[in-house]
Design a protein around this ligand. Sequence first.
Ligand code: HEM
Length: 408
Amino acid sequence: MASGLVPLSVITASASLPETYRWLRETWGPVAGVELEPGVNAWLVMGHPEMLELVRNEWVFSRDARNWGDYRDGVVAPDSGLGPMMFYRPNVIGADGMEHRRLRRPLDDALAAVDQRQMRRAVERTCQDLITAFIHRGHADLVSEYAQIVPLLALAEESGLNPQEGRDLLETLAALFGSADDAQEGNRRFEEILARLIRARQANSANDVASSLVRHPDLRSDDEVLQSLVVLISAGQQTLSAWISRALWLMLTDPRFASRLRGGRLGVDEALDEVLWRDPPMTHMPARYALIDTELGGQRIARGDALILGLAAANTDPRIHTDAVEREIGNRAHLGFSAGPHQCPARTPARLIARVAVEQALHLLPRIALSIPAGTVTSIPSPWMRHLASLPVTFTPTSDTALNPSVR
Ligand code: HEM
């Protein structure tokens, strides 16, 4: 691959993704060389058919980072910022073939058993509690005070933790993303809370995700149960938070949605769909690693090369779109959740949580409006996501007793 490639984080942060992808396609075709960090390059797959080929052919493109040449050869430092998203971990995400299917079945079964109505009620309660904490104030940041918190509390409750344990888990996450010393301690406490839950469900089964995993015959050790629970809670956290924030931003700023808002609940599902098409939570998803020398989208891929899933780019591949993306509303053939054996197992619960979170904010905060110009919202720098840094809003301050039944 050539040197002097565009850093992936620059592509992700570009003011207009469609224009950047158009330029990259003109230069490279559907698969472009990009830089992950100085000295570490990868392929960004932007074509829709190439993406499907990448994620469906696991005998050519492995999910296991131990097949990544730069990782194996020590080109990537052990403390590289790429580690959290790209390094190998012994869980479903890093497995291929039969081993992947064995670790994946328990997740699919646990998620399929989730009671949707019960979950909806629990998420509504969580949203109302969060809104109660700031509704008297007349202003809030819907990213840090809401979208970042709802997913973890919802996933924790679904897993089997009570609200206080969910809050404890949230605190450990704050530590995890804090200083290096805190991070280790945060990780230990995060796993300890989940290990305690697993021991409790081994003693007494309940109707929750943890119990389903504990009972599952495909999981062979307590550690596999723990890692499955860790993946289920952590994989949904940032993705859901980004989806909720972007959908709220769209509904607050785009006249098509703003006018629907006044009419009631219409529009939330359409906003969620539009975000998945135009600006999916995982803009660029790591990664697959070539097991052999091969070819993709006209590029020669060498064994050990890393390939990044350009999910946002594939959604707007001009070869599959004859129309504007917004005409696709209601069509869920986007690649926001990827495809193939590793595609996200949580589309249904993820949509439910995101829909309830957006609905509750829009309907409980009277006269809600963005408090800065629409075009000035910024994203947290990252090669992978365009998560909004904040979403400051104003609304008519209201007594929290209107919302919180416990203080009525
Ligand atoms: C309830 C919330 C969620 C949970 C529990 C969840 C869980 C997971 C898990 C366990 C995987 C790994 C699957 C495997 O390797 O076999 C995964 C993959 C993925 N998820 Fe989710 N997820 C959630 C929400 C989301 C959201 C909101 C999005 C974005 C719209 C998303 C996008 C993805 C993508 C792109 C992958 C990668 C697929 C690949 O590598 O091909 N997820 N998710």
